[in-house]
Design a protein around this ligand. Structure first.
Ligand code: PLP
Length: 387
């Protein structure tokens, strides 16, 4: 059957080609160190898995759960925001349960935009923002994230015309792919800008649980008036190693939350009740697992970055997320460099161009394997004599 024009308009999945290149190397029997994808390698903490097991036995969880999720989970999300960020959230009107952060991010443009409306997206940025924009038949305007500005957009470089045309803006800190973090001051500026120009701010806080050097990542909702200016999307995928469970939530502006709930009523019934119980346990019970995870990623980051610096690669350490964003040597594109690493050292990394035009000149490395394997990757790179 012919596919719809809408389906054909969706951006090409850039990482499909990386997966197939890695597959070929594995078929040839190479020992590939795969740092290309963003799939957490650690298991979900045991107390959360146990909660799922006991909750799965309850008949109440075998039936359809309420549209828009169980109230106890919305309360757990609100309590989590109070405890972690000292932000007051009304669980009834300011929280929407999501099938993972990605679903919410892709749904938002369909909730708020008409065809032809403009969305400001960061470049480089998480490619799923583009999918949501395409599904809503909206247009993208990019905000370059440059190293000299700490990978934050420079609002002063956006024209009044661009700002007045934009209906929505996506932001994401700690940032995928650059590993940059944002300050409360930056979010405060963002709130003022959004309110002044009528732009709804969507802050993707997927890596909110992962910050280094004792610095806890700041929530967008900590900025004054943030709930009047937009929402934040939180996911349990990274903070609690629950990427396979598909659960997250949106918090903030009540009008946006009600739009999300309405669209989701048409798309799904709701999530498996046992997953909701386990998610509530993750958010409200001991947070020791989050501390341990931060320590693990920080120690991997330190080993990998210092190893690269020792062999002469001029790289900076990420401040949050589990990605390192590395400048490629002069004279080759990010894709050529990634291919070279894969073919000559059997190390897979994601070429920066996959995250947008301004991602060119960098590759993204996921710190999602053991410290020992990361050191092995450094050793293989050293042998290439690139620096
Ligand atoms: N946002 C960013 C920046 C991500 O990197 C990811 C996952 O890789 C997500 C959102 C979505 O996560 P999930 O759909 O698992 O909640």
């Amino acid at each position: 059957y012919p596919h719809s024009d809408l389906l054909k308009s969706l951006p090409k999945q850039f990482f499909a080609s990386l997966v197939s290149k890695v597959g070929k190397q594995l078929e040839q029997g190479h020992d590939v160190i795969n740092l290309g994808q963003g799939n957490p390698d650690q298991p979900t903490p045991v107390h959360i898995v146990k909660k799922l097991q006991s909750a799965a036995e309850k008949p109440v969880n075998h039936r359809y759960s309420p549209f828009q999720g169980f109230p106890y989970l919305k309360k757990a999300a609100a309590d989590f925001y109070k405890r972690e960020y000292d932000v007051d959230v009304d669980p009834e009107t300011e929280v929407a349960i999501l099938f993972g952060g990605k679903a919410g991010l892709v749904e938002i443009p369909q909730c708020l935009l008409n065809p032809g409306d403009t969305v400001l997206v960061p470049d480089p940025g998480y490619p799923d923002y583009w999918s949501g924009v395409a599904l809503a038949k909206a247009e993208m305007a990019t905000m370059p994230l440059k190293e000299e500005n700490g990978f934050l957009p420079l609002y002063s470089q956006l024209t009044d015309e661009q700002l007045n045309a934009a209906k929505l803006m996506f932001l994401n800190y700690p940032n995928n792919p650059t590993g940059a973090v944002a300050s409360e001051k930056f979010f405060q500026e963002t709130v003022e800008l959004g309110k002044k120009h009528g732009i709804c701010i969507i802050h993707d806080f997927a890596y909110g649980g992962i910050g280094f050097d004792g610095k806890k990542p700041v929530s967008f909702l900590q900025a004054k008036g943030a709930k009047e200016a937009g929402i934040e999307i939180y996911t349990l995928s990274k903070t609690y190693n629950m990427a396979g469970w598909r659960i997250g939530f949106a918090v903030g502006n009540a009008s946006v939350i009600s739009a999300l709930n309405l669209l989701q009523d048409h798309l799904y019934v709701s999530l498996f009740g046992a997953v909701q119980e386990a998610a509530a346990a993750a958010l409200t019970e001991s947070q020791e697992c989050v501390k341990e995870l931060n320590a693990l990623y920080e120690s991997r980051r330190n080993a990998f970055i210092s190893g690269l610096q020792e062999i002469g690669w001029d790289v900076k350490a990420p401040e949050g997320s589990f990605f390192a964003w590395l400048k490629v040597p002069e004279g080759c594109s990010s894709e050529e460099f990634a291919d070279h690493l894969l073919e000559k050292a059997h190390i897979a990394v994601a070429p920066g161009i996959g995250f947008g035009k301004y991602g060119e000149g960098y590759v993204r490395v996921g710190l999602l394997t053991s410290e020992e394997r990361l050191k092995e990757a450094v050793e293989r790179i050293r042998k290439l004599n690139l620096f």
